[in-house]
Design a protein around this ligand. Structure first.
Ligand code: NAD
Length: 268
């Protein structure tokens, strides 16, 4: 889908080389924006940018590790230098590591928290400073997860960190409101990317997800990207501090879906 509603504006996406990040890049490009793809994956990031340019968009790749303050500041500087303005930043870069709580390795805990929480802080702070300097306001979108609310027993720092992202979003929204910067979060449910590749390849794991999802499927990346396009647009001009759960109804469901069409198993 394309609305051209971000024509001439600039969007920066961390973790934009692949997965949902690439879908944000494609959607904002189709909406008319200049797109900055920031990622540690050089080859995939450059390929994404080349594809966006082939489709007629103006795009830039910036190599960036979002856990590094200097690299985050340089990433935003590069975006403003190339396109003259920054209107939207999406702090999408994220990682997870599965291990039981009792054996969870400390260094993996630090890594997940650094990328998912500190990365959003460093990205958002650098973007907000540039937006304030530009004097036009802007929109910042952090990426949480349904795991901000639902416990995943094998990924403690992921859920705890995504819950922190929801609160960070509220802090940023109240702090930046007077600068005309709106800050919201998107919390996807299971979405078809490399992060869910093992699930998609395993019928048992896939059924665990779909039986807990009223829409009975994983999200397409474009379905998450459409919500980001809305949140960054004038249609969301009075929306700030919110987290939108793009989860196919998962958080609304108490038990699980029956195998037959028609609703929940174990109806009371
Ligand atoms: N796929 C899902 O089901 C799902 C569900 C809920 C939330 N999310 C969240 O959505 C976001 C994107 O997930 P995805 O499924 O597209 O994952 P993905 O693994 O396909 O993409 C993540 C991207 O982030 C980049 N990245 C990782 N560490 C980085 C760092 N230190 N600096 C810069 N870039 C870095 C990776 O190189 C990659 O391009 C993540 O924040 C994830 O937690 C995904």
């Amino acid at each position: 889908m394309s609305t051209r509603r971000h024509e001439g504006k600039t969007v920066l996406i961390t973790g934009g080389a692949r997965g949902i990040g690439r879908a944000y890049a494609e959607r904002f490009a189709a909406d008319g924006a200049n797109v900055v793809v920031a990622d540690m994956l050089e080859a995939e990031g450059r390929e994404t940018v080349a594809d966006l340019e082939k489709a007629g968009a103006k795009a830039l790749f910036v190599s960036c590790d979002v856990t590094d303050e200097g690299q985050c500041n340089a990433m935003v500087e590069a975006a403003v230098k190339r396109f003259g303005r920054l209107d939207t930043a999406i702090a999408n870069a994220g990682v997870g590591f599965h291990s039981s709580f009792l054996d969870y390795p400390e260094d993996r805990f630090d890594w997940v928290y650094d990328v998912n929480v500190k990365g959003a802080f460093l990205t958002g702070r650098a973007a907000a400073r540039a937006m304030i300097a530009g004097g036009r306001g802007g929109a910042i979108i952090n990426i949480a997860s349904v795991n901000a609310l639902l416990a995943n027993e094998n990924n403690a720092p992921y859920g705890a960190g995504k819950a922190a992202v929801v609160l960070l979003t509220k802090v940023m929204s109240v702090t930046l409101a007077d600068h005309g910067i709106r800050v919201n979060a998107i919390a996807p449910g299971p979405t078809k990317t490399a992060m869910e590749a093992k699930v998609m390849a395993d019928p048992v794991k896939l059924k665990m997800r779909t039986s807990r999802t009223p829409l009975r499927r994983l999200a397409e990346t474009a379905e998450v990207a459409g919500v980001a396009s809305f949140l960054a647009s004038e249609d969301a001009s009075f929306v700030t501090g919110q987290t939108i759960y793009v989860d196919g109804g998962r958080l609304a469901l108490n038990y699980f879906m029956s195998e037959e069409p028609g609703g929940m198993a174990g109806k009371l």
